[in-house]
Write a protein of this length. Structure first.
Lengths: 152, 183, 655
């Protein structure tokens, strides 16, 4: 049953007209190059929800094209990067962001490099502590005996 | 738990057992259908509908204001004539419409006469229909494909969403209980 | 007939693997030489049975036997021959069988080339390999059987996803699997060592060639996969930090750490616990990667359309293999004693740092890959972790690795001082600084830094060799004599480190890549990146199982014709899919890349890329693999392999 559902879901995704790996339309690009560059940068932060493993800039899906158009409209209207992303998030959730937000939920995620290094150093310290303690120094009597043995 | 070597050496095992347990839970839930790694859950849960007003297919369309004034909960279904799973779902929709479930339909990116022809040819389960040719309203709803369905209560608050076609199982397990709960 | 033969051979292989798992390990435990000797024979028997089985699958595909369900679902009579063969591993069932075949191949190779291993170790290694084989083949036989029949047999198959009908596919999965599965051998060595209760220098020496071989294959597999997606998917990108790509990177990272760690075990009998854990961990990661991809849990463009029921079986398999080995580790590892002591600043110290950094990078990549899953499971929140996260977190960890890579090999064992070492390598630092500064003019800060790091890595890689042949300090003839006398492993290390530098340079260079999208009529010219791209004409070109639309583009610079590119759009009628075939011209330093899109009103949408230094990304991978192969070819790994002393040397004098 679930298998059917999954297959239907996949079919639904494939039901988009022309989920060809089509490249985008040159007429989409904004005339102003710096605005276009900004739009591309924002687009590269947004996940294409149909293919789910490309940004909307790279994806050929129809939905991606629509979202690209919306991003460009908003950039032309003077919205900031954050406002555009917030607009998308209010409709699709944090899932649409390729760069996860930094909040209580994702704290461990963003802290992972530091945590990993700390654990590594911890292992190192524990490992070093375990080293056999150096042999106790010889007592004067033992030193005399050693001297006697070594000298012919 | 002392932080000595023995404990540390058992840590990978402990970690793996936890991870394994978690993955097992995930698989169980996937089989039951309560966990969908590919699904994009709706942001509209228990929130009011986005504002919209759409033209009709053959006749009057409807808008969010209309959905906020219905006598009871309504199923809102996004469909398209070019979409194969929608055709499959269509039969089920006719079925439940005949049982008295109110369904309103929005044709997504279905320009021209195709949507109307589709409904004429296969039957019309919808009490009211509208068309979203540009797909902008669908984006406001957070749609990623068709078909998708919502349950909207009589005040225009979204109470349930499914990203994909309705099946008999989903109708029985989820849709009907939601409709009954928000009467 | 042949599918049934294949089916039977698979079942036979399961039986042999079961015997292979039980008999040698029992024999090693009981020190029964006869039982231990059975190990190689069983391993080779299993290999032959499985080879027969896979051969039958290929035969069914090549002869268009659509009564086999697997062939009917994935093949088509019009498919070109090479894709009929490579298509056997382009689907879930066939790829699992390929996995099993390579696992059996590992067992057979250990049986054939492991003659210099002590009998008990060899028996245990082959036994562990047999146990793993048994598990996976049971999975294949029971849950993913490629030999299921279909009755009545359809007249025609459903054809394979056209994206997979490409020469790159023919090599990418088998190479990748040899890498993934190849790490089973170090894993088996680690488990065998834990069973025996000792890890020593000899073990370190024996484990290294197998680790090298698997590492080479995995490096090639990953590079091939990245290159393939670059030229097939048409967006000029090469790595998306997709969960399945990450799943292949994780064993590569820990495998690299393992390679270096085993060196320390061999030379200094230290870092034993690390090395054993890394060996277990690397194979565990490749297994987990398989699980995640095939269970449908991960959101990925690579995922096969499988269902969670299979996932439960694989999870059970993983529980036994990974859980069992880690349990053994928890029980036996405390007894492993380290005899080598070393100062923090020493080659061992540098390798410990290397371990920590590489494992940290692996931990970060793993966290990023599975975090969305756990966020959804535990908190019902959907987030997604994409390239921006990985770039922000992996790069800061990678920089210390790059820096240390050139210094580490120059440090001496046990105790070293940093000063003299830095003096030996000052010239590389200067050149790196110069390169980085020059790069900063054309690039952003981060890629320029990466370029400098790449120069540092490439030059530093050869610093050790330059030191040893005392270049410029001896007459040229003497230096050359020394060069020829150097062991291959030195060259291997130099090439491998330099190869990574080349890849980093390529990635940094790609930050300067430019592209443009235009609607072009035949005859019109687009000016981009200093080249003139002229669309000459568009025409139709039928293929064996597709119809194509081809654009002919002449690329010139200053009036001179550089190349003619013919990108295509192919329509596969059976599957109803359209794909684009990008065409690339490379001169070794930059790629000119053209993609054909939709056509409108007699004009075509063309996407043109100038990918600066893209080829270096894959050259680097190739150079790394060559380095690995050079090290493998080193005679010291084959001749003069250590033999364990029979009895401890007696003291002649007693105090």
């Amino acid at each position: 049953m679930t298998k059917r559902l999954i297959l239907l879901l996949l079919a639904a995704m494939l039901a988009w007209p022309g989920i060809t790996w089509a490249i985008s339309d040159p007429s989409e690009a904004l005339a102003n190059p710096s605005a276009e560059k900004r739009a591309v940068e924002i687009g590269e932060q947004l996940r294409c929800l149909v293919c789910q493993n490309e940004s909307i800039e790279d994806s050929g899906a129809d939905l991606a094209r629509d979202l690209r158009r919306i991003v460009r409209q908003q950039v032309t209207a003077g919205k900031t990067d954050q406002q555009v992303i917030d607009w998308m998030v209010s409709r699709y959730g944090n899932f649409v962001r390729l760069r996860p937000p930094f909040n209580a939920l994702t704290f461990m995620l963003w802290a992972s490099p530091v945590v990993a290094l700390l654990i590594g150093c911890l292992l190192l310290l524990v490992g070093r502590r375990r080293r056999a303690p150096p042999a106790a120094p010889l007592s004067p009597a033992e030193t005399m005996r050693l001297k006697g043995l070594l000298e012919p | 738990m002392r932080l000595d070597r023995r404990t540390l050496l058992a840590a990978p095992l402990g970690f793996t057992v936890l991870a394994g347990g978690a993955f097992y839970m995930i698989l169980q839930r996937m089989q039951k259908g309560t966990f969908d790694p590919r699904g994009v859950p709706t942001m509209l849960s228990n929130k009011p509908l986005p504002d919209f007003n759409l033209p009709g297919i053959d006749g009057d369309g409807f808008g969010s204001a209309d959905l906020a004034r219905t006598p009871g909960p309504v199923v809102l279904n996004f469909f398209a004539s070019w979409c194969a799973p929608c055709v499959e779902e269509h039969r089920l929709l006719i079925n439940i419409a005949n049982q008295g479930v109110p369904i309103w339909g929005i044709a997504y990116k279905d320009a021209g006469p195709q949507a109307g022809a589709f409904l004429k040819q296969r039957g019309n389960p919808y009490l009211r229909t509208a068309r979203d040719d540009a797909g902008r309203v669908a984006i406001d709803f957070g749609i990623t494909g068709v078909p998708e369905s919502f349950v909207v209560d009589r005040h225009g608050i979204v109470r349930w969403h499914i990203g994909g076609p309705l099946t008999a199982q989903i109708v029985v397990d989820q849709l009907m209980p939601t409709m009954r709960a928000w009467v | 007939m042949s599918p049934e033969l294949g089916h039977f051979a698979l079942a036979l292989a399961v039986a042999l693997a079961f015997a292979q798992a039980i008999i040698p390990i029992y024999g090693a435990w009981r020190r029964d030489a006869r039982l231990m000797r059975a190990a190689p024979a069983l391993a080779i028997g299993q290999l032959l049975a499985l080879a027969t089985s896979y051969g039958c699958l290929i035969w069914s595909s090549v002869t268009d036997d659509f009564s086999v369900l697997n062939v009917a679902e994935n093949s088509h009579s019009l498919k070109p021959l090479i894709y009929k063969i490579s298509g056997t591993w382009g689907n879930h069932e066939g790829s699992i069988l390929l996995w099993c075949l390579i696992l059996a191949l590992c067992g057979g190779t250990v049986a054939l080339f492991g003659r210099n291993l002590p009998a008990s170790l060899r028996a245990r290694v082959i036994g562990v390999l047999g146990a793993s084989s048994c598990g996976f083949m049971l999975f294949a036989l029971l849950e993913s059987n490629p030999f299921l029949r279909l009755f009545p047999a359809p007249m025609e198959g459903r054809d394979m996803n056209p994206l997979l009908q490409d020469p790159g596919l023919a090599f990418h999965p088998p190479m990748l699997y040899v890498g993934y599965v190849g790490f089973c051998v170090p894993f088996a060595f680690a488990v065998a060592a834990l069973l025996e209760g000792r890890v020593d220098a000899a073990w370190g020496r024996w484990v290294r060639p197998w680790t090298l071989a698997a590492w080479c294959a995995l490096t090639c597999g990953i590079a091939l996969g990245s290159w393939w997606s670059y030229y097939v998917l048409g967006w000029g990108g090469f790595w998306f930090w997709d969960p399945v790509e990450n799943a292949s990177l994780l064993p590569w990272l820990t495998g690299t750490a393992l390679l270096h760690s085993a060196l320390v075990v061999e030379k200094r009998e230290a870092l034993k616990t690390w090395t054993v854990l890394l060996a277990i961990g690397t194979f565990s990661l490749s297994l987990s990667g398989t699980f995640l991809v095939r269970s449908g849990i991960l959101n990925s463009v690579h995922s096969f359309a499988t269902d969670p029921a299979r996932g439960v079986f694989i999870l059970g398999l993983l529980a036994v293999v990974i859980g069992g080995s880690l349990l053994l580790f928890a029980l036996r590892a405390p007894a492993l004693s380290n005899t080598g002591m070393f100062a923090p600043v020493s080659r061992e110290g540098a390798l410990v740092l290397n371990n920590i950094l590489l494992c940290s990078i692996a931990a970060v990549v793993m966290t990023g890959t599975v975090y969305p899953l756990f966020a959804d499971l535990l908190f019902s929140q959907k987030i997604s972790v994409g390239p921006p996260f990985f770039q922000a977190t992996v790069f800061p960890l990678a920089v210390p690795v790059f820096a240390a890579m050139s210094i580490g090999p120059l440090l001496s064992w046990k105790r070293a001082t940093l000063g003299p070492v830095l003096m030996k390598i000052w010239w590389a630092a200067i050149v790196a600084l110069v390169v980085g500064s020059v790069a900063a003019y054309g690039m952003h800060a981060l890629p320029a830094l990466a370029m400098g790091a790449a120069a540092w890595m490439i030059l530093g890689a050869f610093a050790d060799i330059i030191e040893r042949i005392k270049l410029f300090r001896l007459p040229a003839r003497a230096s050359f004599a020394r060069l020829v006398g150097l062991p291959l492993a030195s060259f291997g290390a130099a090439f491998a480190h330099a190869g990574l530098g080349v890849t980093v340079a390529g990635i940094a260079g790609m930050s300067m890549a430019t592209d443009s999208i235009d609607l072009v009529k035949p005859g019109e010219i687009v000016h981009m990146a200093g080249y003139d791209w002229q669309l000459v004409e568009l025409h139709d070109a039928p293929g064996p199982n597709y119809e194509a639309r081809v654009a002919t583009i002449k690329v010139s610079r200053d009036g001179q014709l550089v190349t003619t590119l013919s990108p295509e759009r192919r329509n596969f009628p059976v599957q109803g899919v359209t794909t684009t075939e990008a065409k690339i011209h490379t001169n070794g330093v930059r790629d000119l890349y053209a993609v054909l899109g939709d056509e409108r009103e007699g004009a075509a949408v063309l996407r043109l890329h100038d990918n600066v230094m893209a080829p270096w990304i894959w050259f680097g991978g190739l150079i790394m693999a060559i380095g690995g192969m050079l090290s493998l070819a080193d005679r010291r790994l084959r001749v003069g392999a250590p033999v364990r002393a029979r009895a401890p040397a007696r003291n002649q004098a007693t105090i």
